[in-house]
Write a protein that binds this ligand. Structure first.
Ligand SMILES: Cc1ncc(COP(=O)(O)O)c(C=O)c1O
Length: 358
């Protein structure tokens, strides 16, 4: 596909590249199950491309559940997320999802009124994760007291089967830090599960594998992670999102204006962070390539969108070649937490088009 033919802005997804990446991840994991966290990018084409390389998909709302079931009627599903409604739990039971991740004793009690389910209890463990971009403590999961209470209630609930522990303690960690965390989780979870009568324990270690937006070539070290997990006495599972799809989406758009105000140069692009919220959400410069100019950078500029807010910045004070209206810029690493987390209708600009390299 020639990007010059695209009406801008457009998202372009590289599906063969994504399939290769997912294949590599899965073989590196050496038997640890790979679920994809649909929240990173639930585009049906992305889901269908990933499916042959996955053991399942993690969904975190009734909406995601219905959407993924429609796109992939047969794939195993894990249903998690805080604040599940009765309606969502009933839908999960009706869809016969493989695992429900329980967030509180009250949620468990509501579930047992609705039917049969195999559950993992989401543990909120007090393990430090130095260097994490985000730690998922606070309201997520349960401390030891609440976990024990859940185990007690499950023992009185013939329809509910305790299969194991779910965790997602931090995100943005490299392989050594995530392995260290995984070892501490496993060392805690295995005896706890044994003590509660689980003979074939499962541990879902969550997602959170680092994606370095300042260095698009530096991928998470899946080989080291897979080797380091080894073969503990549990069925292990991970559910990454960002590190699976970030690299195979680009947001391509063109320059509308270039201006210098009080010594600062601004390149105004068609579209904005209402289409690609990732740099605003994460506070980084989105990596980019100027497709229409191959010359070396000659100066610095801030790349902004069309929104009436100073927060509408893709990249601040970055080195750029000479740019003029009509030049085309492709923002890389726009395949995860990009379009689907963006505030699409602010200012009512047209939505981007979506194109798929096949
Ligand atoms: C429970 C859970 N699992 C998995 C993920 C995916 O995390 P990441 O995209 O950082 O791999 C998230 C992200 O918020 C999550 O909340």
């Amino acid at each position: 596909m020639n990007v010059d033919d695209l009406p801008y802005p457009a998202y372009v997804y590289d599906l063969p590249g994504l399939a290769d990446h997912a294949r590599t991840i899965r073989s590196a994991l050496r038997g640890t199950e790979l679920f994809y966290a649909a929240k990173a990018n639930p585009d049906p084409e992305i889901l269908r491309t990933l499916a042959p390389h996955l053991d399942g998909i993690e969904v975190s709302s009734g909406g995601e559940l219905a959407h993924v079931r429609k796109a992939l009627p047969d794939i195993p599903l894990a249903f998690g997320g805080p604040g599940k409604t009765d309606e969502e739990l009933a839908r999960a039971v009706a869809f016969n999802v493989d695992r429900i991740h329980i967030e509180s004793p009250r949620e468990l009690t509501r579930l047992r009124e609705l039917g049969r389910a195999d559950v993992l209890l989401r543990a909120n463990l007090p393990f430090a994760a130095p260097g994490a971009a985000l730690t998922m403590s606070g309201p997520f999961g349960m401390d030891e007291d609440a976990l024990n209470e859940c185990a007690r209630r499950i023992a009185e609930s013939p329809g509910i089967t305790l299969k194991g522990i779910h965790t997602h303690l931090a995100s943005g960690l490299g392989a050594p830090a995530l392995l260290d965390l995984s070892k501490r989780i496993t060392a805690w979870a295995l005896p706890w599960l044994r003590d509660h009568g689980v003979t074939e324990p499962e541990i879902n270690l969550g997602g959170g594998m680092a994606v370095d937006y300042t260095n698009p070539g530096a991928l998470f070290d899946w080989a080291a992670y897979g080797a380091g997990l080894g073969r503990p006495e549990a069925r292990l599972r991970v559910e990454p999102g960002r590190a699976v799809t970030a690299y195979h989406g680009r947001y391509v758009t063109d320059v509308l204006d270039v201006k210098t105000t009080r010594g600062e140069t601004y390149v105004v692009l068609r579209g904005g962070t209402h289409h690609l919220r990732t740099p605003a959400a994460k506070g980084h410069d989105q990596p980019f390539e100027v497709l229409t100019r191959k010359s070396e950078p000659v100066g610095r500029a801030t790349l902004v969108g069309q929104l009436c807010t100073p927060k509408d910045v893709f990249a601040r004070d970055v080195a750029v070649p000479p740019l003029a209206p009509g030049d085309v810029i492709a923002f890389a690493m726009a395949g995860a937490y990009a379009w689907n987390i963006s505030h699409h209708d602010f200012l009512m600009h047209p939505h981007p088009e979506f194109h798929y390299i096949r």
